[in-house]
Design a protein around this ligand. Structure first.
Ligand SMILES: [Zn+2]
Length: 534
């Protein structure tokens, strides 16, 4: 409950507790309710003040825009045809840049807003107490709006206006715990009533466009680091994941640098104006869903979607950053470095923690590993990417059928040999026969023993020369126990992705464009980190 001191001179509204609410408060399965009930609104007062400021500005520009509609766009002399626009937008994409001169960043960056002097004083607002300065109707309470978006995520739904609206329309306890009151049919407008869908959309848009979702996300992560909710780890783990786009694509033909005709999927182009004949008006063409692209999972599995890069701490399973990739068609190997750099810029306190980054084989690239080492002093450790290497079948020790591209010899009886170590002076990897469940080497009872190792009492030991496996780094062979132990922590990122994408939202987007996609990721991260504290 609020105290008089916290809210200034106004007496807080009476909070009604219904029986349903008491049940929700005490049930083990309704964490969302307890978090919203005990919501520490005091920590979000500055954000609330910034929001009211942004809302005020939004209302002014909306009014200006309404007036502008009466004027022509004559002063805009764009004469670009739709076809030209498609080609221009195609060549502006991150995945269409010459790899040597990257002019477009890989990770999406929202517009940066300079912190400005607030006109709304944070100490004058509280749940149910909105600033008086704004002319006209009283605005909806920031805290109630914020809690309703947070609540949707905590309940496992996407934190989007339509879902929030449905939940507010169907769950009286949710309405009350957010701080709204149900609206009866003939009630006049009251700021405390459940908001309309349009007001929820407006709130979401203002939070996105003024960078508030992002700033709240950053401060949730920082707070958890500062308060020790997130413990120090010396490794980062990363991966990318895709979300299904809420748009369609078209296949664009273009001519590449060698004069060859190529094809690429791209979002359809559109104009944001309301002109009747968009082919004739002077407004600019833009991608309907910027950032969406074809994500290749395997040779016959592709998705039209948005791509996010996730970084986190593997031992605790905590995601630290979720960033929209500027062009979803970007190869995974290119997103890691810029994202780690961005993470350290956003949370400089993390940089001294991290000594190693774990990633899948998409980043198995010597140049990239050197870059991490030289520029960040971090070891990049990845699963082996054997590329197009085939199994080695020739010039092998007796009784050995093949060596897999991953450096594992398989004998003629089908056993995989155990890696034992390295003999550096001879430049050889050493392997030994595996043992059965009784700890006896499998060779001793093998039908091939007579041709393979007739005199052995301990089973075969073999050496494989380094040059048989030139793609395997003898200083850090992926067959070694130490390597496997470290890499066993990598799949932790899959669990983080599942938490963000399935437990706290949905993998189907309902908005277009990277700004909305990043906001979607931010809202999910906010819910994750608030949940982590509780
Ligand atoms: Zn137009």
């Amino acid at each position: 409950m609020l105290t008089l001191q916290q809210t200034g001179s106004q007496i807080p509204l009476i909070q009604i507790i219904e029986t349903d609410d008491r049940i929700l408060l005490n049930s083990p399965d309704t964490e969302w309710y307890r978090i919203l009930y005990d919501f520490p609104w005091f920590d979000y007062r500055d954000t609330a003040a910034e929001y009211y400021d942004a809302l005020y500005k939004f209302n002014i520009t909306e009014a200006e825009k309404r007036e502008e509609r009466f004027f022509d766009a004559d002063d805009n002399d764009t004469t670009e045809t739709k076809e030209e626009a498609i080609q221009r937008l195609l060549f502006n994409r991150a995945t269409m840049q010459n790899s040597k001169v990257k002019e477009v960043p890989v990770i999406y960056n929202a517009e940066v807003f300079e912190p400005k002097k607030l006109t709304v004083k944070p100490e004058t607002i509280a749940p149910g107490i909105v600033p008086i300065r704004l002319g006209g109707r009283k605005p909806k309470c920031f805290f109630a709006m914020f809690k309703s978006f947070l609540g949707a995520s905590l309940m496992g739904f996407p934190s989007e206006p339509e879902t929030v609206y449905l939940l507010l329309g169907s769950n009286p306890s949710f309405i009350r715990v957010c701080g709204f009151a149900p609206k009866e049919e003939n009630d006049e407008y009251c700021y405390i009533h459940v908001p309309s869908l349009r007001k929820l959309e407006q709130f979401d848009q203002i939070m996105r466009d003024s960078g508030l979702w992002e700033r709240v996300k950053l401060s949730e992560v920082s707070r958890n680091i500062r308060k020790g909710v997130i413990k120090k780890e010396n490794e980062l783990v990363g991966d990318t994941t895709h979300y299904h786009a809420y748009s369609e694509f078209e296949t664009v033909k273009y001519t590449d640098e060698n004069g060859k005709e190529q094809k690429k999927s791209q979002s359809k182009v559109t104009k944001r104006c309301r002109c009747e004949d968009k082919n004739k008006c002077n407004h600019e063409w833009a991608l309907a869903d910027d950032g969406a692209g074809t994500i290749v999972k395997s040779s016959n599995k592709m998705h039209w979607g948005h791509k996010a890069s996730i970084l986190g701490l593997p031992r605790q399973g905590v995601p630290l950053a979720a960033a929209a990739v500027l062009d979803a068609a970007t190869f995974d190997g290119e997103t890691l470095y810029p994202h780690v750099k961005k993470l350290f810029e956003e949370h400089p306190e993390l940089e001294p923690w991290i000594e190693r980054v774990l990633y899948d084989s998409a980043c198995d690239n010597k140049e990239l590993k050197d870059k991490f080492q030289n520029e960040l002093g971090i070891e990049l450790k990845t699963s082996l990417n054997p590329r197009r290497r085939k199994e080695v079948m020739e010039d092998l020790p007796r009784g050995i059928e093949k060596v897999t591209p991953y450096g594992v010899p398989v004998c003629i009886a089908g056993y995989e040999m155990d890696y034992k170590g390295i003999r550096y002076e001879n430049e050889k990897f050493i392997y030994q026969t595996p043992v059965n469940e009784d700890e006896v080497p499998v060779c001793l009872s093998c039908e091939h023993k007579i041709d393979c190792c007739p005199n052995s009492n301990t089973g075969r030991t073999i050496n494989i020369s380094f040059d048989v496996l030139p793609h395997i780094n003898p200083d850090d062979p992926p067959m070694a126990k130490r390597f496997k132990a470290i890499m066993s922590r990598r799949p932790s990122v899959e669990r983080m992705i599942k938490r963000l994408k399935c437990d706290l939202s949905d993998d189907r987007l309902s908005k277009r464009g990277n700004a909305s996609f990043q906001a979607y990721l931010d809202k999910t991260m906010i819910a994750f980190h608030i949940l982590l504290r509780n």
